[in-house]
Design a protein around this ligand. Sequence first.
Ligand code: AHM
Ligand code: MG
Length: 336
Amino acid sequence: MVNGKIQTLNQFIIERQKEHPYAKGEFSRLMHHVGIAAKIVNREVNKAGLVDLLGDAGEENIQGETQQKLDVYADVHFIDALKSCGEVCGIATEENQHMITFNNALSKDAKYIFLMDPLDGSSNIDVNVSIGTLFSIYKRVTPVGTKAEMQDFLQPGNQQVASGYILYGSSTMLVYTTGNGVNGFTLDPSIGEFCLSHRDIKTPKDGTIYSINEGNYSKFPFGVKSYIKYCQENDAKTKRPYSSRYIGSLVADFHRNFLKGGIFMYPESVSYPTGKLRLLYECNPIAFLAEQAGGLASDGFNRIMDIQPKELHQRIPFYVGSSNMVKKIEQFLKER
Ligand code: AHM
Ligand code: MG
């Protein structure tokens, strides 16, 4: 709210554009289309049970996971929206093995690269639990006017122009950063607009929540096992034992810890030797948001956003959240 008035996402985007006198409105147009796609996907997520959209689409994506129908729906609608906005020259998504490049008249001068997980946490769709969309935006490094190439996509997270997520939860939120703080918008269904509800989010330096799939405990590295035991110890001074909270939807788990203070962990394990989450469209966008709000994101040893990607669907161990908690797990991993 500004002076008691609601500020919509589009008003906010235009206001921010004015802060950059030479901005041509390209990024604003792109974000506007992200907002539209989010509303379309949200509409389907909310009525999924009514229109036979739940369940498998009957195919597997390139990572061998069953694609849910809504995964496919979200993928198609985000790609359509981005194609029609004319500001994106290439897209990579969790659902597509290869990058998608646009070389049509509309996108010939486009300079943005868009990476996304259109519907994350999809194993939760059928049971009405929160799911999300993750996105990451870069400027291309190859010349404008040519076809986008792999090097445009394989940029480290520290080159992100913007990142964000949409959380389809008890209310729908869009949270994003352009490297100038993090702002959150809640969808008001009565007017069909995302409205600024969380201005300049800062995440607590310390937290009391740890989030990890503890069923995999026996498969974790020793340092992670020791850190879990540390979280469970009794110590009033450091407010331990911490609470264990795990939804199994990265966006929802991160969002809770982001606002309340906590750590989310998806380590490497016997089942996922290099981790499960994907660097380019799951970890990097979350890492950018976390850092912009005062938190940290690490693979246990290195800053996530400094890792040079080698392939589109690369997986990486992921530790993100309150800065003191991420430093603590790094210490446990180094010592053990
Ligand atoms: P998905 O992209 O196939 O939905 O998988 C990613 C999800 C994350 O949202 C979540 O953090 C993680 O997988 C949960 O995995 P697990 O069920 O192994 O705990
Ligand atoms: Mg995912």
